[in-house]
Ligand binder design. Structure first.
Ligand code: FHN
Length: 469
């Protein structure tokens, strides 16, 4: 089996190399950053092809991010020193030979893929993205092309990518993987850009001669073989979530995309494949004030760290998470919320508790999140709005954070005739009275808010909206 696979890999590598032409970005720059809000994505395919690929993702709105690797062994500490985050190898300049020793003890025997997937599913999440290889270069999957991986180098000897892919399939969630594209502290040929302070995020302690590093060698030796393994060993991959494109060239980004979509045309690729390519843009730890005309996803942590940081107890309250989800959906985005499992393979209980609370809210309000699109109105002072087009008109979901004390909820800009208004949590046949004025529509609501975090009203409008924006 492995021989056949490798023959396939060799053919594909040769084929893909012929694809790479010396391309530049439309404006001629060799921009190796990812597209940001408002920047145009360079689509290599028709908008219809991209829209079809993104359809399930746009409807899902909510996914689980999982940062898991050797850095979790002692909560981002190393030999008693605080490594700061999952970047601990960089922060402490841990030599490869020393960092690799962590693998000798990495044995997450409490890891249960079904438990993680159930936690995501119960929270209302529809997809799950696991770090297959982070900046430390350690593969959390069985990588025939690079023995520096969890199956070959740890007492655990199991493949979490395989187990999570299978558990997601069993439970009907989409599965994807994160891959650090332009940072790899285990490889001698990965130069990086200089940060604003002039410092690079490369491994300059084992490999000090930055100018001698040849990204093309790393790209051929490690990136392409491992991306091929991820695309051929685990069945359909819903998302390839690249990170930190750094010095990848436009030609290499295009070559990678061609390679991916030759094997799995439905695999969504984010904009951190580099050079303004990819299917959607990424916001990190932020929600753009006015959303983004492009497909976009905001990824956020549950506390202040991506990887498990044993002394970070600053867990965000469920209310903040729910309102972030609503805010993001009201702007047409997806929310990728992160968990950082421990070295034993356990999602920290405070994370699970908060995700359970989010799930309780989603149980009642999921209709107002899944399959919705951005609000047609300016942001409301009292909350947000999501929208669904229906066969005979438009359904507006009003997410009320601040419940009106006088029982009157003014919806500025809603000047269309309201067919019906009701509480999503209440009896759908118990209609609420609405009063249309030039300023908009006032909905007369009960005294008590159904939910102290965010209560949802369902407003049905016949025909298309004719409102002023
Ligand atoms: O450096 C990484 C970081 O560790 C984490 O993986 C985030 C997640 O989006 N991405 C990079 C920082 O932008």
């Amino acid at each position: 089996m492995k021989t056949v696979l490798w023959q396939r890999v060799v053919v594909l590598l040769a084929l893909s190399a012929s694809i790479a032409g010396a391309q530049t970005n439309p404006d001629g720059t060799a921009d190796t950053g990812d597209a940001h809000a408002g920047q145009k994505l360079v689509n290599l395919e028709s908008p219809q092809v991209v829209a079809k690929r993104l359809q399930w993702w746009s409807e899902a709105r909510f996914g689980m991010f999982i940062h898991w690797g050797l850095y979790a062994q002692d909560g981002c500490f190393w030999r008693g020193k605080d490594g700061g985050s999952e970047h601990m190898m960089l922060k402490l300049e841990i030599p490869i030979a020393e960092y690799a020793k962590i693998a000798n003890d990495f044995n997450p025997v409490k890891f249960q893929a079904d438990e993680w997937v159930r936690t995501a599913q119960d929270a209302g999440m529809k997809y799950l993205i696991l770090t297959a290889k982070h900046h430390d270069g350690f593969a959390m999957f069985d990588s025939p092309s690079d023995a520096y991986n969890i199956v070959k180098r740890t007492p655990f000897q199991r493949d979490p990518v395989k187990e999570l892919a299978e558990a997601c399939r069993r439970r009907g969630l989409k599965f994807g993987v994160y891959y650090s594209l332009g940072r790899d502290w285990h490889d001698p040929d990965v130069p990086t850009e200089r940060k604003a302070d002039g410092v690079r995020r490369s491994n300059t302690w084992d490999f000090p001669e930055e100018d001698k590093k040849d990204f093309a060698k790393y790209f051929a030796r490690k990136v392409k073989p491992q991306v091929l393994e991820l695309l051929t060993q685990y069945g359909p991959l819903a998302v390839l979530w690249f990170d930190t494109p750094e010095k990848i060239s436009p030609a290499q980004s295009r070559e990678l995309l061609a390679l991916i979509h030759r094997l799995q045309p439905d695999c969504i690729v984010n904009a951190r494949v580099g050079n303004r390519l990819g299917d959607y843009t990424v916001e990190e730890q932020a929600i753009p004030a006015n959303g983004n005309p492009l497909p976009w996803e905001s990824c956020m942590t549950l506390n202040r760290h991506w990887g498990f940081k044993k002394n970070d107890l600053e867990w965000k309250p469920a209310a903040e998470l729910i309102r972030n989800l609503v805010d993001i959906a009201s702007k047409g985005g997806n929310f990728l919320l992160n968990v950082g499992p421990t070295g034993e393979g356990v999602i920290p209980p405070p994370s699970v508790e908060r995700l359970r609370e989010v799930g309780q809210w989603m149980k009642v309000n999921r209709e107002a999140i899944y399959g919705t699109t951005a609000s047609p109105f300016k942001k409301f002072t009292w909350g947000r709005c999501t929208k669904k087009m229906t066969a005979d008109g438009v359904t507006l979901y009003l997410h009320v954070f601040d419940w009106p004390k006088d029982g009157k909820l003014l919806v500025p800009g809603l000047v269309d005739t309201v067919e019906s208004a009701a509480l999503l949590a209440g009896n759908p046949d118990r209609h609420l009275e609405t009063i249309s004025t030039l300023a908009g529509t006032t909905v007369l609501v009960p005294e008590a808010a159904p939910d102290k975090i965010s209560s949802t009203l369902v407003i049905k409008i016949k025909g298309p909206l004719t409102h002023p924006k």
